[in-house]
Design a protein around this ligand. Structure first.
Ligand SMILES: NC(=O)c1ccc[n+]([C@@H]2O[C@H](COP(=O)([O-])OP(=O)(O)OC[C@H]3O[C@@H](n4cnc5c(N)ncnc54)[C@H](O)[C@@H]3O)[C@@H](O)[C@H]2O)c1
Length: 254
């Protein structure tokens, strides 16, 4: 039996590694999925891959969206509701660290604002615009994207850490605020996950073996994160809200 039949989901950054894996898993579970991405080529490819996973119910489509731009998000969410009639699930996934990050004394200020704008403000803005639609649908689920950097110190990426810490805190306050609308708000905190972007960063990097050694169950693939997002989007997590779930191959317990 499919687990997301009848649900309409909006996945930001749905063209990338984790977002695309999630779009594919959602489509396979019967959801109508909007791949909302700033990159048209990546978004169209991900939506096509997700459509191939549909079994009977469900569908997938690409809608261009820049999560940092109010007009763009408003238009993309409106287009979603116009196409599918409602919105049940928002997955605030767009984001990511960059090689320009570093310790506070070294990281460029531009990099701080890049991380805050994309990860934290993007999550804020998409939630602000999508939540009234989810409430109108009678409730649903918001799944934010945090990171293990919000749970343990990982030196050398202080801008990204600040943004992801903000997302974890925001997840808890939003869960309390929107419970009255039957909207659950949770976050996933992945460890190092092998999206194409991260694979490129790790290529020929001596630190890769060190990272791999800390992962009790091996390195993480995007589908491992997607599986957690499916659970949080589904009714199986009906009494779960305000939580941040590590999917980290045991890294944070060592
Ligand atoms: N991969 C990891 O190791 C890892 C670990 C912890 C957390 N995360 C988080 O998971 C999420 C996805 O990571 P990923 O590795 O799949 O990233 P990715 O780089 O593979 O994909 C990110 C996607 O977001 C899109 N995007 C970028 N800016 C955008 C914008 N302004 N509006 C809309 N879309 C935009 C990109 O086009 C891309 O398709 C991010 O929030 C990241 O911080 C990733």
């Amino acid at each position: 039996m499919v687990r997301l039949a009848g649900k309409v989901a909006f996945i930001t950054g749905g063209g990338g590694g984790i977002g695309r894996a999630t779009a594919e898993r959602f489509a396979a579970e019967g959801a109508s999925v909007v791949v909302a991405d700033i990159d048209e080529a990546l978004g169209e490819t991900a939506a096509a891959a997700a459509r191939k996973r549909v079994r009977g119910v469900g569908s997938a489509t690409f809608i261009r969206c820049d999560v940092t731009d109010r007009a763009s998000v408003t238009e993309a969410v409106a287009a979603t509701v116009a196409r599918y009639g409602k919105l049940d699930v928002l997955h605030n996934n767009a984001g990511g660290a960059s090689p320009n990050d570093g310790p506070v004394t070294e990281a460029p200020e531009d990099e701080f604002w890049r991380a805050i704008k994309l990860d934290l403000f993007g999550t804020f803005l998409c939630s602000k615009i999508a939540i009234p639609h989810i409430a109108k649908a009678g409730g649903g689920s918001v799944i934010n994207m945090s990171s293990i950097v919000a749970l343990m110190a990982m030196p050398g990426r202080d801008c990204y850490t600040a943004a992801k810490g903000g997302i974890s805190a925001l997840t808890r306050s939003m869960a309390v605020e929107y419970a009255q609308d039957r909207i659950r708000v949770n976050a996933v905190a992945p460890g190092v996950t092998l999206s194409a972007r991260v694979k490129k960063q790790l290529e020929d990097n001596p630190v890769t073996e060190q990272i791999a050694a800390t992962h009790l169950l091996g390195l993480i693939e995007p589908v491992h994160i997607a599986d957690m997002v499916v659970y949080l989007a589904s009714e199986e997590s009906a009494r779960t809200t305000g939580q941040v779930f590590p999917v980290d191959s045991g890294v944070t317990i060592r």
